[in-house]
Write a protein that binds this ligand. Structure first.
Ligand code: FAD
Length: 473
């Protein structure tokens, strides 16, 4: 009996998985579920998302075993690993979900030259080549991209059920042991947890998502990003959930939350498309005029930012949330990114790398897009002169400091009035509350207004030095 290989990459799920189902149906269930640890991606092995991935593979293996199959894990260059498998075993075809990162495209194209690899479905709902301007060029601004994305017919296939029973994988086919990984207390990397989070978000939060999504003190977003990142939940399923939620609500006002959430899913597709069409964004700013900024080298400042010791409560809360949980709220990502780049004048790429190491959902496309956007150097970026004020942002999106107090316990007793600017507390009050600035909680690394001026000057200098100044909005 010959086998099909289901090559698992960013689709660690049995439910709603077209690649698995195609492999399964085309061959009467004789499927080898394969994961390859690729040394080219070794740098990401040191990251926290690698722990999420390994844990998720353990759970996927258990799910496969409960259906009579098992996970085969191999290590090495994917082309060599697959070539050897095809040589050693009767293999009809290899099925995998399409991935659009520059590395994945190059890898898959190489493999397709000699092996029967077929890509089915995709990491994005819409292939990056399907959402283009009338002249065939890619979009570089989100709003028209999103309009075009929505205007295309949304032919969502019915969800594909997970196979109930699978054929066993013969014992002679050996597998590496999955490495051990420590537990992740905040994110259980199982498919059923992803399903549960999606269902709970749709049932309890999506209705008010548009109104509450920016509030860091309310748990008003889906917290699905690590699950979407590794495909424990499919993007298709998330969009299907929006559509079926809206179908039950004739009143457009009540659909606003769902459409706002759909917009975020489209941001994900937008950044996948940007990376696909402009792979150099991983190395440099998208805007040529802002590639020559004279960044500061400030190791102590970078470390204070990383460890949540900047003296700005909302920045510190967010960086400590990241350190503790491996996740951070979207608004907090924008505030902390802005602080590193615009207040400390530290290269956005330092922040990009730190986030990629720390985030469970660390994704080259979304992370790079988020950093370039906040730094004001990317596609459809915030204008470079728009600088997030960490005090005002805190006051607006964490009005009474619930978020700050949760992650910065030194400030727990600080009155609401001072929670986002504790340095204004009278010295006697600081002493009474055991919250002396500079002793119990750090003093501000920089004074925001002055730092802002310094940054604007550095950006303007880069623009002046560039011939492309006129292109900058
Ligand atoms: C500096 C910076 C870095 C970021 N790095 C990442 C990253 O590495 N990985 C990542 O998945 N997201 C990243 N984001 C986007 C966003 O912050 C997270 O996707 C979101 O906070 C995840 O929380 P959630 O699942 O509750 O999102 P929800 O608000 O529930 O949104 C649903 C889903 O839509 C997608 N999404 C939402 N917002 C965005 C966005 N702006 N860009 C792309 N996709 C989005 C995510 O898959 C998310 O799970 C970054 C944003 C910034 C500003």
């Amino acid at each position: 009996m010959a086998f099909n290989i289901w090559w698992i990459r960013r689709d660690l799920r049995l439910y709603d998985n077209p690649a698995l189902m195609t492999a399964f149906k085309a061959n009467e269930g004789y499927v080898i579920p394969l994961f390859i640890l690729d040394p080219s991606l070794q740098i990401s092995w040191e990251s926290r998302r690698f722990v999420f991935l390994i844990k998720a593979l353990h759970h996927l293996n258990a799910d496969l075993r409960s259906r009579g199959s098992r996970l085969i894990m191999r290590q090495g260059n994917p082309l060599s690993v697959l070539t050897r498998l095809v040589h050693d075993l009767p293999i009809n075809a290899i099925f995998a979900e399409a991935d659009y990162s520059p590395y994945a495209i190059k890898r898959d194209n190489e493999i397709k030259k000699t092996l029967p690899l077929q890509t089915v479905g995709g990491v994005s709902l819409r292939d990056p080549d399907l959402v283009l301007k009338a002249d065939g060029q890619p979009y570089t601004v989100f709003t028209p991209y999103s309009r075009a994305w929505r205007s295309l017919p949304l032919e969502l296939a019915a969800p594909v059920a997970a196979p109930v029973q699978m054929r066993s994988v013969p014992q002679e086919i050996d597998s590496l042991d999955l490495p051990n990984a420590f537990e992740l207390p905040y994110y259980l990397p199982t498919e059923s947890e992803g399903q549960m989070r999606l269902e709970s978000f749709i049932n309890t939060k999506i209705e008010n998502y548009a109104l509450r999504r920016d509030r860091m003190d309310l748990e008003a977003t889906s917290n699905l990003s690590p699950y979407l990142r590794f495909g424990l939940v499919s993007a298709q399923q998330a969009v299907r959930a929006v559509i079926s939620y809206c179908a039950g609500l004739p009143d457009e006002d009540r659909q606003a939350g769902a459409y706002s959430w759909l917009n975020e899913l489209i941001w994900r597709e937008f950044y996948n498309a940007i990376l696909f069409h402009f792979p150099t964004v991983l190395k440099e700013a998208f805007r040529p005029g802002l590639r020559q900024i004279n960044w500061r080298v400030d190791t102590a400042g970078l470390q204070a930012w990383q460890s949540g010791q900047t003296g700005y409560p909302v920045v510190d809360a967010a960086m400590r949330q990241l350190q503790e949980t491996g996740w951070m709220h979207n608004r907090a990502r924008m505030i902390t990114a802005s602080f590193l780049v615009k207040d400390l004048l530290i290269n956005w790429q330092e922040g990009e790398h730190w986030f990629m190491r720390q985030l469970l959902d660390g994704d080259p496309a979304a992370n790079n897009g988020g950093w370039q956007w906040t730094a004001g150097v990317g596609t459809d970026a915030a204008p470079y002169f728009r600088v997030f004020n960490p005090v005002l942002q805190g006051q607006k999106f964490d009005p009474v400091g619930v978020y700050v107090r949760r992650w910065v316990p030194e400030l727990a007793a600080v009155p609401d009035k001072y929670i986002h600017q504790p340095w204004l507390m009278p010295v006697l009050l600081q002493r009474d509350l055991h919250c002396r600035i500079g002793v119990d909680y750090p003093d501000r690394l920089v004074e925001h207004d002055r730092a802002r001026e310094r940054t604007l000057a550095a950006y303007q200098e880069s623009l002046r030095a560039s011939d492309t100044q006129h292109k900058i909005v």
